[in-house]
Ligand binder design. Structure first.
Ligand code: FES
Length: 541
């Protein structure tokens, strides 16, 4: 940034530089100084209404709102003077005067800014002894959100979200002065495609998430940074998992998803479809162990038996009918590392040229101009770059129905979603060996002779390439369910059986990609950082 656009100021005795136009609160945050605030949210317009963020600014006769005061050259800011502290305490006393004593039963406990700021800055002896005002409690206002008006502090973040981000205008401030309250407009429901964000931005327990309500106390949650696999936008997320042993799954499992800030991808938001899709991770139709072989092997032995059978059928088909008798349908749900391994094994080592990855979708694409894209896969860009150019799934299915394919290796897809189920049954019925590697059982998986259970995105490491060409990391939050394994580990075992050694460590495979695929050159897991990196412009595979 040019020097002329940088402003120099002092905050709490610390010399700070900030871009021109930055507000004091953000300049302080960047310098590691946290100023308490409620109504301010960096993704929304500023209203300066809660007055909690007031600080002393030299030469100003009274306290100034740090959330709406831009930095200026030579400014001297003090955030912890007796006057600023007294203001915080007074604001909290006003806000809590009518606040119900819900903390023991409030779902926000542990991440409630009223609790946190009271403990840090309030701690006064209550002077308000009258009856607290009564408002609507625990009222569902849409499929995702419950409103508790008594807990609301009228920061209006939720109202501004529906006006500025979702642009659906369901919420408003009703009445004036001390009678004000937030409510849904008559006849409306809060059912926009981004409504879950309202629970995220509510600093108290007024707007809570119906899905997560009473599922887990937040202090039992661990977190892993990842990327939503719901569409090609690649919204940055945190996967929150229950840190305690869950007897139902014999291990810890995912409890909720939260958006993670990435100014170049999703800002502070994510859509509801992606947010609540985590339920599929532990859905009853998860494939959690390989089918027992003819020998009845189970557990680890079942894996050896299944891999052995798959390798033998591929070897036999290639030896007896040529490499063109084997076809592969990879999936844009797979990571870059896994797609690269598919290429290395099937194309480079075995000479199999029929590798498709695009299959028609179940639903009509429903994109919007905020985050949701029409492509419901997180890694179509990666598949385009890393897989050899091939025919579509349609051509491949025609070859199956004409009896030209001896082994079909299918990753993840449910082909009955985009094709007539009768056609799929008859086409796959002409293939002597259908191998399915994926995470869920569905009509296509049911047609396979061997099913290899694969881990989902929350159970493995790797990278996706989003619609912009941004390569972003996903991280394992929980262990793979049952005996399932990441696709990369399954491919490595199959490669070893077929005499084509492949790496099973995602980071080492990514280094191999960066060393051999021009578009990824120079990238490492470390260089991707938290926000990812763009593919090299104009580079091919
Ligand atoms: Fe500054 Fe509310 S955060 S006035």
């Amino acid at each position: 940034m040019p020097e002329k656009d940088l402003i120099h100021l002092t905050i709490d005795g610390q010399r700070v530089e900030a871009p021109r136009g930055t507000v004091v609160l953000e300049a302080a945050r960047a310098a590691g100084i946290r100023i308490p605030h409620y109504c301010y949210h960096p993704g929304l317009s500023r209203v300066g209404s809660c007055r909690l963020c007031l600080v002393e600014i030299e030469k100003s006769p009274k306290l100034q709102p740090s959330c709406s005061t831009p930095v200026s050259e030579g400014m001297v800011v003090r955030t912890g003077t007796p006057q600023a502290l007294e203001n915080r305490r007074s604001v909290l006393e006003f806000l809590l005067a009518n606040h119900p004593l819900d903390c023991p039963v409030c779902d926000q406990a542990g991440e409630c800014e009223l609790q946190n700021y009271y403990m840090a800055h309030g701690r006064y002896d209550a002077r308000y002894n009258d009856n607290k005002s009564k408002r609507k409690k625990a009222t569902p206002i849409g499929p995702r959100i419950i409103l508790d008006q008594e807990r609301c502090i009228l920061c209006t973040r939720c109202v501004r979200f529906t006006r500025e981000i979702s642009r659906t205008f369901e919420l408003g401030v009703i009445e004036r002065g001390h009678r004000s309250f937030i409510d849904i407009f008559p006849g409306r429901e809060l059912e926009n495609r981004y409504s879950g964000n309202i629970a995220d931005i509510c600093p108290v327990g007024a707007m809570t998430d119906r899905d997560f309500r009473f599922q887990c106390r937040v202090w039992f949650l661990g977190s892993a940074d990842s990327v939503c696999p719901g569409c090609s936008r690649g919204c940055n997320i945190e996967i929150h998992y229950n840190n305690r042993f869950n007897p139902r799954y014999h291990t810890r499992r995912v409890e909720r998803l939260k958006p993670r800030y990435n100014g170049r991808v999703n800002s502070y938001w994510m859509c509801d479809e992606g947010r609540y899709a985590y339920h599929a991770i532990d859905a009853p139709n998860r494939l959690s162990r390989p089918d027992p072989g003819p020998d009845g092997a189970s557990g680890e032995d079942a894996w050896s038996s299944a891999i052995g059978r798959v390798a033998a059928s591929i070897k036999d088909a290639v030896a007896g009918y040529g490499a063109e008798s084997v076809a592969v349908v990879a999936s844009p749900q797979m990571t870059n590392e896994e797609l690269f391994a598919v290429r290395r094994l099937f194309f480079d080592a075995l000479g199999i040229g029929t590798i498709a990855f695009r299959a028609p979708a179940r639903e009509e694409p429903r994109s919007d101009d905020l985050l949701i894209t029409a492509d419901r896969h997180p890694n179509s860009r990666g598949a385009e770059i890393l897989l050899p150019p091939g025919g579509g799934v349609g051509d491949l299915l025609r070859a199956c129905s004409e009896g030209r394919i001896r082994v079909l290796y299918l990753f993840h897809h449910d082909l009955t979603a985009g094709y007539d189920p009768g056609f799929i049954r008859s086409a796959l019925g002409r293939v002597p060996q259908v191998i399915f590697q994926g995470s869920w059982s569905h009509p296509t998986a049911e047609l396979a002779s061997v099913r290899l259970p694969a881990a989902v995105y929350a159970e493995k490491e790797g990278t996706f390439t989003n619609i912009q060409g941004r390569v972003q990391r996903i991280r394992a939050a929980v262990p793979p369910v049952g005996h399932s394994m990441p696709d990369l580990a399954i491919l490595a075992r199959l490669g070893a059986e077929l005499g084509a050694p492949l790496g099973s460590d995602p980071e080492a495979v990514f280094d191999e990609i960066a060393g051999s695929v021009d578009a990824f050159s120079g990238m490492t897991y470390a260089s991707l950082g938290g926000g990812g990196a763009l593919l090299k412009q104009g580079a091919g595979a």
